[in-house]
Design a protein around this ligand. Sequence first.
Ligand code: IVH
Length: 679
Amino acid sequence: MTKNPPEKIKKEIEGLVKGLNYHCYRYYVLDSPVISDEEYDKLYLRLKELEDKYHYTLPDSPTQRVGLPPLEKFEKVKHREPMLSLENAFSYKDVREFDSRIKRHLSTQAFGKSHTEIDYTVEPKYDGLAIELIYRKGILHKASTRGNGYEGEDVTQNIRTIKSVPLRIEDAEGVPQEIDVRGEVYMDIKDFALLNKERGKRGEPLFANPRNAAAGSVRQLDPSITASRKLHLACYGIGTLKGKEFKTQWEFIRWLETARFPVPVLVKEVSGIDKVIDVINEIAKKRAEFPFETDGVVIKVNDFNLQSSLGVKTREPRWAVAYKFPAHQGTTKIKDIIPSVGRTGVITPVAMLEPVKIGGVTVSRSTLHNWDEIERKDIMVGDTVVVERAGDVIPHVVMVIKDKRTRKEKTFPIPDKCPVCGSRVVKEKGEVAARCIGLNCPAQVRERIRHFASRGALDIEGLGEKNVELLYSKGLIKHFIDVYKLKKEDIINLPRFANKSAQNLIDAINKSKHTTLARFLYALGILHVGEYASNLLAKNFKSLEDIYNVKSERLMNISQIGEKIANSVSRFFSDPQNTETLETLKSLDVEVTNPDFEGEKKEKEPLEGLTFVITGALPKSRKDVEEMIERYGGHASSSVSKSTDYLVVGEEAGSKLEKAKNLGVKIISYEKFLTLIKL
Ligand code: IVH
């Protein structure tokens, strides 16, 4: 809603929008900010305050980059000019042939005066996702993906979240009435690696490469997810243009820069194919330092008139070509696969390779990511595989060469036991990650202790990531329980520690020995059991021991505890190493009390106060049914009397049935009995 605020306010809002957009450009496009983050935030907050108060928001306000609700689906967008792809050149010979073809064309067309050399632009090929940005009267109107080249998807609200995308075109000579700017959205290699690391921790599927990560991030229905991914833009092309004219690609690129669009790094205008090859060599040399992935160099005829005269083949223009760098791939054999346990317990299969040189680097191992990947690519120990190394990304197996199989290859299933600590390994339905659930697992001990000591857990001040790392590196904590064995003498001489700080840490550790069940459960870091679930459990179980032997059905009876949590809890406590560790903690004076327990509720103990007698053959043994009755708070008796509440009857019931009928005792089937305990 836009109202008309007082002129003074309008001016202030306009000034703030202009200023903030400029600073955004300095920061995200030029990488050279002129104000501090705090100053930026202050201006931003002021703008937001005014916009909200006066209901006056400009279309290029930076506040419009965020805050839109998720979409149901993407609308289709037809490109007014098709978004073409590029022909590939795999050698300098191919590049020279491209140049010869253009010269031949020129000679037949008698294009202008008789050139000897063609002018080109040369720039890196970004490995991302092509998008089109439509600007009307200088304002970003729509953004769409390339799709099939003719029709893509409307991803405007996602593209807006990318800070280097200008929301308004700046042009002192007047903005074009309409312009479609094309470019590549991409993710830096390090941000891709970080994103995958996080996803791995959460057991989510990994992106195969930065390109897939960028594409996956742009094609999100919820723009807040796109906003959380670090995406960049490089603009290199033009679609429809009205109200302005460019004579050459270079002139257009220069204009993009003044209009504050990010353009490809090292983009150059050169004359003649020899110079083109010089630039390719230069880009190839600097390629390893680029933060993003590039697999080639794009060469474009500079003159727009010559471009249109050359025209387009089916899907590729005759005026451009992509020189592809030799792929960083090699062929080798998988000698073995080793499960490697990460800090969060996720187990990653790692292929041990016969060493192979790829792009000047010897590769002898490669991550296989997870068992879904192993299955998808059908990888076996002994297989001959194609391995790829791209930029800084860890080498990965591209494919198996099946023709080379000798039938001696072996599959590599998920191990039952953790290779580091021997605890159980679980892989849940719908999750890709296999995890070790061992509390004491040395591979996980740092992460587990850091969590154990964190604020919402046992809140041990002074036991943050840095100190956990320090104590671990000095061999002072190898197991989960070692925290409670630490002595002041052990730590006083460590770097960053002195008498007082060592005492403080010991005091904090001692203080944490008295804790509540809710905190303690959370501190254990049981998969899927966060603070909320821990609180629920504490409300429903009197003590830690009460949870030890619990079955997941009983847990699922607690409202809001679903199958996932229930299974995870019962699995955790069924691991003997885990319960042993808990007992050891107890012997080290860790005392867990439970002020949150809400007592036995009807909901939890559906059979409380009821006496049952069983007769006849039931689907389960008498003993099992009796146990069930007790577990749900009831009492199982062997003979019918006045105080019997229910007789559970199976097939071929005996004299008890008669007696119950005479006494007026309620007679129920086994099925009915199950409904009493909500099973
Ligand atoms: S020019 C007709 N320039 O490569 C011109 N494309 O293989 C087509 N790409 O769909 C685009 N960096 O997604 C051009 N500097 C660059 C590029 C580039 C990456 C992508 C783009 C295009 C694909 C074609």
